[in-house]
Design a binder for this molecule. Structure first.
Ligand SMILES: Nc1ncnc2c1ncn2[C@@H]1O[C@H](COP(=O)(O)OP(=O)(O)O)[C@@H](O)[C@H]1O
Ligand SMILES: Nc1ccn([C@@H]2O[C@H](COP(=O)(O)O)[C@@H](O)[C@H]2O)c(=O)n1
Length: 201
């Protein structure tokens, strides 16, 4: 079994890179876990209170549950991965059965922040894109897919996202084995990652 962690700032292209890697691997040999599924449940808060949460700070993430689930998968057990709603800013009641596979990929902005989690990764990849490129992608994606408007995205960017990126995400690039420059679609880097996976399996 090979556990691959893919970190990088919001909009850097983590999900896109994961999809490119996964499409070349038979579906019964790979599973994907998203850190976004593991935002802490906040049923005790009102919607207005939830909109004020700093989602780019490590304390927003249930690292204990991610680590527990990865260890379960490593033992060959199926897990119930939570499902998160960016519209409601909360976990839903649904879960997705995620089965153990030869290759387990986990992606998220803060996954290199926890030492205990980092220690579970066989390969650590950081996806890099310039700040302005990430902001442009984030504006487009959050408006079209996550039910946001331009004011929401820019306020969040200025108040939490940018300072948290500098404090908690960018420094974790130093933990990476491979850094993928992703200002443009980087097919060479994806090919290299695929070869590394094939070699290790
Ligand atoms: N190399 C790229 N060039 C142009 N657009 C990209 C690139 N990589 C990702 N995108 C686009 O940017 C947006 C955010 O990408 P995504 O993979 O969701 O980022 P992340 O998971 O890191 O937040 C998506 O709309 C995606 O299609
Ligand atoms: N309710 C939420 C929860 C998180 N976010 C933002 O999502 C970003 C991380 O997801 P990516 O897919 O972009 O890596 C993070 O920057 C949070 O600000 C949100 O907007 N709303």
């Amino acid at each position: 079994m090979l556990i691959i962690g893919i970190a990088g700032g919001t909009g850097s292209g983590k999900t896109t890179v994961v999809n490119q890697i996964v499409k070349e691997i038979p579906s019964d040999e790979v599973c994907v876990i998203s850190q976004d599924s593991y935002y802490k449940a906040t049923d005790n808060l009102s919607y207005d209170e939830r909109t004020k949460i700093n989602f780019d700070h490590p304390r927003a993430i249930d690292f204990d549950l991610i680590i527990k689930h990865l260890k379960e998968l490593r033992k060959g057990h199926t897990i119930n991965q939570p499902v998160y709603s960016f519209i409601r800013h909360n976990r839903t009641k649904e879960t997705v059965k995620t089965h153990p596979r030869k290759v387990i990929i986990i992606e998220g902005i803060l996954i290199f922040n926890s030492e205990k989690l980092r220690d579970l990764f066989d390969i650590k990849i950081f996806v890099h894109a310039e700040t302005d490129e990430r902001l442009i992608r984030r504006v487009r994606r959050d408006i079209s897919e996550r039910g946001r408007d331009i004011e929401e995205v820019l306020d969040r960017y200025q108040n939490t996202l940018k300072p948290m990126h500098q404090q908690f995400i960018e420094p974790t690039k130093n933990f990476a084995d491979i850094i993928i420059p992703n200002d443009r679609h980087n097919t060479v880097a994806i090919d290299i990652v695929r070869s590394v996976i094939n070699e290790r399996l």
